[in-house]
Design a protein around this ligand. Structure first.
Ligand code: C2O
Ligand code: CU
Length: 458
C-alpha cells in the first residue's frame, strides 16, 4: 500500500464565511480570493471501516492540503458558491489510471474527466482541473474509468455550490447514500455475481456518508434542508421519513420554481434531490430515515423498509428558522416546437448466453466504445426520446449540460433521469457547452458494459 501523500500547503487556508452543510468535511481552500477556490485532492489506497471496528482496504480521496490526511469514504466535500473559479490540483496515487469527473458541473469539456475528454491520469501523475461554478446546487465527483470498480472501492465525494437564494434552516445536511457488499470481516467482497453484473452491484450494507446507520442529532420541530445523493453502482433508494411529508425543493441542477410534496422520493444512481423537512416529534424521540422497496425490475426481492439513519431529537431551536417561504429557482421551460430537432435512443440489454459470460448493454444497438459519434450544434435545443426496451429501469445521464424532463408536472433541471422499464422518457436538452461529451446509463456495470455513447457539441 502506498504511503500517505501530503502535498505542501501553498498558502494559508482561510474561511470565507461559507457555512459547510453537515456531512463530509470540506476540502481546505488555500486561495484567499473570496471568489476563487484552490484545493488539492489525492486518490490513494486507504482504510475505511464500513462496519464499526473492522477497517477494510479501500481507495479514497484525501485532502492534499491536510497534513497526514488518510482519506475517507465519501471523500471530502468540494464547497463553494455560484460564480467561484475553481482550481483542483489532483494527484493519482492509485495503482491504476483514473480521472476526476465533475458530475453535474458545467466544466469545459477538456476538464470533464470522461473517457473521451481527457487522457487518463496515470499512477504517480497529476492533473489540474479548472472550471467555474455556474449553477448552485448539489453535485458530486467520481472517477470515469472502470467506474464500476473505482467508485465501489470508495472514490466518490459531494460538491455543494451555494447560491444567493440560500434559505434559513436549522440544519443543512449533505446525505450521501451508497451501499457496499462487505464480508463479515468488514472487507469489501471480491465476489461479483451474475445478478450484480445484470442490475448493478448489490450491497448488503447501506451507507449514509460512509457509515452504516449513523445517528444524527436534530432539533425537534426544526426545519432542515437535506441534500440527497445516490452514489451506489446500481441500487435505487426510495427514501422516506415515516410520519413526515417531504417537500422537494431542488433536483440535480438546483432549486425548483415550484416545490412539491411527496411521502418518499425515489433516487436513481447518480441523481440528487434537495428536500425541506419539518421534523415532527419532541425532544427525546428518535426518527428513522428509511429506504423502501422500489420495483426497478428483474424481480429483485422486496426487503421491506430498511433503516438508513436515525435522528435523535433534541430541544427545539431557540429561534426557529421556519418562517421564511421555501426557496425557489428561476427556470423557464426550454423552447420546444414542432421544428425542434428530435432524436431517439433505445436502451436494451442482452442476458449472457452461457453461464460465465457477461451481459451486454446497448444504446441504439451499439455498445461503447464501438459507437457512432453524435454531432449537435452549439446553442441548439433538441428533444431526446429515451426508449427503455429493457426489463429493468435505467438512469440516463448526460454530461456537460442540463435537461428538462417533458410530459411531467415538475419543471426543473436534471442531468440524470430514471427511465422506467418498458417506457419512454422525453427530455429537452440545451446544448450550450461545446466539446466532446458522454451520455450513459448511471448503473455503472451497464455503462462499463456498453451502455454509453459519445456526443460532439459544436
Ligand atoms: Cu456520474 Cu458519466 O457520470
Ligand atoms: Cu442501465
Amino acid at each position: 500500500m502506498a504511503a500517505p501523500v501530503v502535498l505542501a500547503c501553498n498558502g494559508e487556508a482561510r474561511t470565507k464565511a461559507l457555512e459547510a452543510p453537515l456531512g463530509p468535511v470540506p476540502l481546505v481552500d488555500v486561495d484567499p480570493d473570496p471568489d476563487a477556490i484552490e484545493v488539492s485532492i489525492v486518490a490513494a489506497p486507504g482504510r475505511w471501516a464500513f462496519l464499526p471496528g473492522k477497517p477494510a482496504d479501500v481507495w479514497s480521496y484525501r485532502d492534499g492540503n491536510v497534513d497526514g490526511d488518510e482519506g475517507r469514504v465519501p471523500g471530502p466535500m468540494l464547497l463553494g458558491k455560484l460564480g467561484d473559479r475553481v482550481t483542483v490540483h489532483f494527484r493519482n496515487e492509485l495503482p491504476e489510471p483514473t480521472t476526476l469527473h465533475w458530475h453535474g458541473i458545467k466544466v469545459p469539456a477538456l476538464h470533464d474527466g470522461s473517457n473521451v475528454s481527457q487522457m487518463a491520469v496515470d499512477p504517480g501523475e497529476s492533473f489540474t482541473y479548472e472550471f467555474t461554478f455556474t449553477e448552485a446546487g448539489t453535485f458530486w465527483f467520481h472517477p470515469h474509468l472502470s467506474a464500476d470498480e473505482q467508485i465501489e472501492r470508495g472514490l466518490y465525494a459531494p460538491i455543494v455550490v451555494r447560491g444567493e437564494d440560500d434559505i434559513a434552516v436549522d440544519a443543512d445536511r449533505m446525505l450521501v447514500l451508497d451501499d457496499v457488499k462487505v464480508e463479515s470481516s468488514g472487507v469489501l467482497s471480491p465476489t461479483i455475481t451474475g445478478l450484480d453484473l445484470m442490475v448493478g452491484r448489490q450491497g448488503n450494507v447501506l451507507l449514509v456518508n460512509g457509515e452504516r446507520l449513523p445517528r444524527f442529532e436534530a432539533a425537534a420541530g426544526g426545519r432542515e434542508r437535506w441534500r440527497l445523493l445516490n452514489t451506489a453502482n446500481g441500487t435505487y433508494f426510495n427514501v422516506g421519513l415515516p410520519g413526515h411529508r417531504l417537500r422537494v425543493i431542488g433536483l440535480d441542477g438546483g432549486l425548483l420554481p415550484e416545490p412539491y410534496e411527496v411521502d418518499a422520493v425515489v433516487i436513481a444512481p447518480g441523481e440528487r434531490y434537495e428536500l425541506l423537512v419539518e421534523l415532527g416529534g419532541v425532544e427525546g424521540d428518535t426518527l428513522e430515515l428509511q429506504t423502501q422497496h422500489y420495483d426497478r425490475g428483474h424481480d429483485l426481492p422486496d426487503q421491506g423498509p430498511r433503516p438508513l439513519a436515525t435522528f435523535a431529537l433534541t430541544a427545539p431551536p431557540a429561534s426557529p428558522a421556519n418562517q421564511s417561504p421555501a426557496p425557489r429557482g428561476q427556470i423557464d421551460p426550454l423552447p420546444v416546437t414542432a421544428d425542434t430537432p428530435r432524436r431517439s435512443f433505445t436502451l436494451s440489454e442482452q442476458e449472457p448466453a452461457n453461464p460465465g459470460d457477461e451481459p451486454r448493454f446497448f444504446i441504439n444497438d451499439e455498445a461503447y466504445p464501438d459507437v457512432t459519434r453524435l454531432v449537435v450544434g452549439t446553442d441548439e435545443v433538441e428533444v431526446w426520446e429515451i426508449v427503455n426496451d429493457a426489463e429493468m429501469d435505467h438512469p440516463f445521464h448526460l454530461h456537460g449540460t442540463f435537461f428538462q424532463v417533458l410530459d411531467q408536472p415538475h419543471l426543473g433541471w436534471k442531468d440524470t433521469v430514471n427511465v422506467p422499464r418498458k417506457s419512454t422518457v422525453r427530455i429537452a436538452v440545451d446544448f450550450d457547452n461545446p466539446g466532446l461529451w458522454m451520455y450513459h446509463c448511471h448503473i455503472l456495470e451497464h455503462a462499463e458494459r456498453g451502455m454509453m455513447g459519445i456526443l460532439q457539441v459544436g
